[in-house]
Design a protein. Structure first.
Length: 230
């Protein structure tokens, strides 16, 4: 593949968001005494991720702020709790957040992939949906934050992925042409299709072989690790 700049997704590309959320959620629920049986725990975990997907997407569409989507999620997750007060809802969500943050881990191939691209002279940026402060802190805690790799989070962009403005703004701030830029991430919609529609090259990071076969589509090229990117 030929490219002159690299944009990387963050969650589940560089950092194991899903794993951290799963581990953190289980620790938090156990601490609250809300997991009396394995079946009950699994039910809570499944419901949590359904709510996360639904309301985080609303925040990306600017229907809710990041604080508001947390409050909506925690109230829907714990309907029997009196969480009408915003401060109380924030406090309860903070219990999960602390467990989630404690479980943040970078993937083993993440730092090496960034270093390899920078040593090759490629401009590298991180393009992520999320809050700029939170996502930057995630990179700092996992040892991936670098002065020579800017972080472009959707809260500080005109729109979130897969809106073309997110990729084009990141390219402009990085000082590179979209057509010569490769976007790599784990989301078919956010990191591949959206990037291609904005005129970038794209690769789908498929660590677990979920997109093997024709379902990924003829125009989707996959890699199994970041070591395959450069």
């Amino acid at each position: 593949m030929t490219f002159q700049a690299l944009l990387l997704d963050l969650d589940d590309t560089l950092v194991d968001h899903r794993g951290a959320a799963d581990r953190g959620l289980r620790a938090w629920l156990t601490g609250l005494g809300l997991a009396e049986s394995p079946a009950e725990l699994e039910s809570h975990v499944e419901r949590w991720f359904v709510l996360e997907a639904r309301h985080y997407e609303r925040a990306q569409r600017r229907e809710l702020t990041y604080s508001e989507q947390r409050r909506v999620r925690i109230r829907a997750f714990l309907p029997g709790w009196d969480l009408a007060d915003d401060d109380l809802a924030d406090d309860v969500f903070a219990g999960f957040l602390g467990c989630y943050q404690a479980a943040w881990r970078a993937f083993d191939d993440a730092a090496a992939a960034i270093e390899r691209a920078r040593r090759a002279g490629l401009p590298v940026g991180i393009l992520t949906n999320g809050d700029q402060t939170i996502q930057t802190e995630k990179l700092r805690r996992t040892g991936l934050l670098r002065k020579d790799v800017p972080v472009f989070a959707s809260s500080a962009l005109p729109a979130a992925k897969p809106d073309p403005r997110s990729y084009l703004t990141a390219c402009a701030r990085l000082g590179v042409e979209p057509a010569s830029t490769l976007m790599v991430g784990d989301s078919l919609r956010h990191d591949v299709v959206g990037a291609q529609r904005a005129g970038l090259q794209a690769r789908l990071l498929d660590r677990h072989g979920r997109y093997d076969g024709p379902q990924a589509g003829a125009q989707v090229r996959t890699v199994r690790s970041l070591a395959e990117v450069a």
